[in-house]
Structure formats: C-alpha cells, structure tokens
Write a protein of this length. Structure first.
Length: 273
C-alpha cells in the first residue's frame, strides 16, 4: 500500500500536470469506487470545473476544484493517478477517467479497493478517516512534545500506535518498521514504557525515513509507480523491511519476522529493545 512518500510523489506529479485544467467529461467505468455519490451526481458536480491543485494529507489525495465540491481519493492497495497527454500506450485497469481540456487524468486500480468521495471544497469533509487524521509524520507538528504525552497515555504496542492514522498520519507497514529500527525500539514495546529521550529518537527516525523515502521517489515493492509511471527506488535503501533471515546491517544478528498488529513485522532482536 502506498504510504506518505509514495502518495506525495504522485501528488507532486499530478499537481504539476492538472492544475489549471478544466474537466470536460468524466468516464466512470467502475461506479462503486465512488463512495458517497452516484456517477451521475459526480459528473453533474465536477464537469465544467477547473482543477486548482492537488494536495495530500496522510495517505489521502485531494483534487481541489474552483467549485463547491472537490474530490478526495484514497489509493488503498493498488490505486494510482496517471496523467495521459495522449498518444501513449493504452493504460490498463482504468476505472475513472477525467477528460480534461488538455489530456486525461486516469484513476487506475488493479484490485479496485481504492475510494473516491465528493467533499465540500471548504471546511470539514465529513469523511471520518480524513477529518480525524493526526499530524503528518513529516510535518513540523510531529514533535516529541506532541508524541510523548500520547505514548505515556496508552499501553498499546508502539507498532500499532504508529499505524494509527489518528495519532500520526501517513505511516504504513514499511516506514513504521524502518523508523522503529532506526530508533532502536522493539515493535512490541508498550508505548507507556518509552522514555522521553527514546520518544525524541523515534520522532527523528520517523522524519528521517519519510524524508529519505521522498528523496528516492517512494518505495516500489510490488506495483507502486509514481504518476509519471516511474518506479521509486527507496526499496534499495530499506534497512530492515523485507530483510527477514538476513544479517542486521548494524550488528549482523539475523533479522526476525513476526506478525504484529496483524501485519508482517521485521526487527533486529539485538538492536531493538
Ligand atoms: Zn542489529
């Protein structure tokens, strides 16, 4: 599933390509992906509007228009947005196509688990997962002062805390495992057993892994490609995720793999306590 760096990579590309473009028509090949509106209502609301920007919060993309409604998108497992200037190869798994005054914006999705919603252009979206997002893991608001009191207040395990989008937005399985490795924290550690100093280290690690992921254009494990169709190369820089059975890059101990918070979890039993 695309996490913050992958979604941000798509956002930057799409923002550059479609800002200022008018929506002339919409082809809805799979209406059930639109969660709070019919295909007809979406067309009525968006056709004729101009896209003003593409922004991101957590793993959500927001396609802003100059009208009263904008489009909120969650890519889930295999969703992606592609800009097609025309004349290229046919793109597979096109689910919703926005015909613009120049080119096409294509929502493609192989496993069709993605979600799109029409939301008010201003104020709350009333989409629960979006309105309740915590600060982005790479934002100035995600600090030790923010996270430490929240860790103190719960005995849940740190991995599930970091995956909780209401606490910190944008992290998924890959970047959580990487951040915990950098911070030297065992994924099963109880939040309230983490000291202020260690919480500071964790904060720094979250910022660092997200910044590196962004710098590398995202992580391509199975099928993530940025909006331009280029794969990210952050997978070449992962230190613990996907390395089960291989020696730890720091101490040489074999990296372990366990199921935790329902997710495959990688850690070094020596470096992470
Ligand atoms: Zn180690």
């Amino acid at each position: 599933m695309p996490e913050l760096p992958e979604v941000e990579t798509i956002r930057a590309y799409i923002d550059e390509k479609v800002s200022g473009r008018r929506i002339d028509d919409i082809r809805v090949c799979l209406p059930r992906l639109i969660k709070n509106s019919s295909a007809g209502d979406m067309k009525k609301t968006l056709i004729g509007r101009t896209i003003t920007a593409c922004s991101r919060r957590g793993k959500y993309l927001l396609l802003h228009t100059d009208g009263p409604y904008s489009l909120l998108i969650h890519l889930r497992m295999t969703g992606s947005l592609i800009y097609d200037a025309g004349g290229g190869e046919e793109i597979r798994a096109q689910r919703i196509v926005f015909l613009l005054d120049t080119g096409k914006l294509i929502y493609r999705d192989i496993r069709t688990l993605g979600c799109l919603w029409l939301v008010p252009s201003a104020g709350l979206t009333h989409i629960k997962g979006y309105d309740t997002l915590g600060p982005d893991g790479n934002s100035p608001e995600f600090t030790t002062a923010y996270v430490y009191p929240r860790l103190k207040g719960t005995h849940r395990r740190i991995k599930s805390f970091l995956l909780d989008q209401t606490q910190v937005a944008g992290l998924g399985n890959i970047y959580v495992d990487e951040a915990l490795f950098r911070a030297g924290i065992r994924p099963s550690r109880r939040c309230n057993h983490i000291s202020r100093v260690t919480a500071g280290r964790l904060c720094d690690a979250v910022h660092a892994v997200l910044a590196e992921g962004l710098a590398h254009g995202g992580t391509t494990i199975r099928n993530f490609v940025g909006g331009s169709g280029r794969e990210g190369n952050n997978q070449d820089y992962l230190r613990v995720y996907g390395r089960e059975g291989q020696p730890c890059l720091v101490c040489g101990t074999e990296i372990r793999y366990v199921k935790q918070a329902g997710r495959g979890t990688h850690y070094c039993p020596h470096c992470q306590t």
